[in-house]
Design a protein around this ligand. Structure first.
Ligand SMILES: [Zn+2]
Length: 188
C-alpha cells in the first residue's frame, strides 16, 4: 500500500505518524551535510521524539524542511472551480494550488495564485484545514473562497482547462486520502 492509499484508510493519528516517518526518512536520504559548514550530519532518529539533527562540527541545529502550500475551493452560485493542469495529473481536475512564497501570508499566496493562474478575484477567504503531504515536504493549507469578480483568463503554461462544476456533476478528480478530495466534496 502506498502512502496516499494509507492516508485514505486511516485516522488522523496514524496518518500523522506515517507522514512523519516518510518526511524524516526522506530528510535523512536527501540532506547529508550541514549547510553552514559542510560537515556531515548525523541521521535523524525516525522513531524518536525530536525531529532535529545537530551538526557535529559547528553545532548548528537542523530541522526538516517544510514547504507551505495553499489550496483553495472557489465557489460561485453552488458550483466550484476546478482546473486541469498541463504538466502533472493531466487526466484529472483539481483545485487551484501553489507554494507560499517568501514574505507572503497564506491568504496573499492564495490570491496571487488565483490571479496568476485564472485571472479572477475572490472574497470571504476562510480556513478549511491542513494536511501534511510529504511528497516530498509540503504542508497543504486548504481554504474556501467565494468568487468576487473578473473573467477567467487561463495561464496556458500551467493550465489547459478550467470549469465550474456542480456537486452532482464532478469530473475526474483527486482520490480520497488527500485534502484536495476533502475540499472538493465539502460543499457549503
Ligand atoms: Zn555545521
Amino acid at each position: 500500500m502506498n502512502l496516499r492509499e494509507y492516508f485514505a484508510s486511516h485516522g488522523a493519528e496514524d496518518n500523522y505518524q506515517a507522514a512523519r516517518r516518510e518526511a524524516l526518512n526522506r530528510w535523512n536520504e536527501q540532506v547529508r551535510y550541514c549547510c553552514a559548514c559542510g560537515g556531515e550530519l548525523p541521521l535523524a532518529d525516525v522513531e524518536g521524539a525530536e525531529a532535529q539533527r545537530v551538526c557535529g562540527s559547528c553545532g548548528k541545529v537542523h530541522f526538516p524542511r517544510i514547504e507551505p502550500c495553499v489550496i483553495v475551493r472557489i465557489q460561485r452560485e453552488g458550483k466550484i472551480l476546478l482546473a486541469r493542469h498541463v504538466q502533472r495529473n493531466t487526466d484529472i481536475y483539481a483545485c487551484i494550488a501553489g507554494f507560499v512564497e517568501a514574505g507572503e501570508s497564506a491568504e496573499h499566496a492564495l490570491q496571487r495564485e488565483i490571479r496568476e493562474e485564472i485571472g479572477i478575484e475572490v472574497k470571504n477567504i476562510r480556513y478549511f484545514g491542513s494536511q501534511s503531504w510529504p511528497f516530498p515536504d509540503q504542508l497543504m493549507l486548504a481554504f474556501v473562497a467565494d468568487y468576487a469578480g473578473g473573467e477567467i483568463r487561463i495561464q496556458k503554461e500551467e493550465l489547459q482547462e478550467v470549469g465550474w462544476f456542480a456537486p452532482d456533476d464532478l469530473p475526474a478528480h483527486p482520490r480520497p486520502g488527500s485534502i484536495s478530495y476533502e475540499l472538493i466534496h465539502a460543499y457549503e
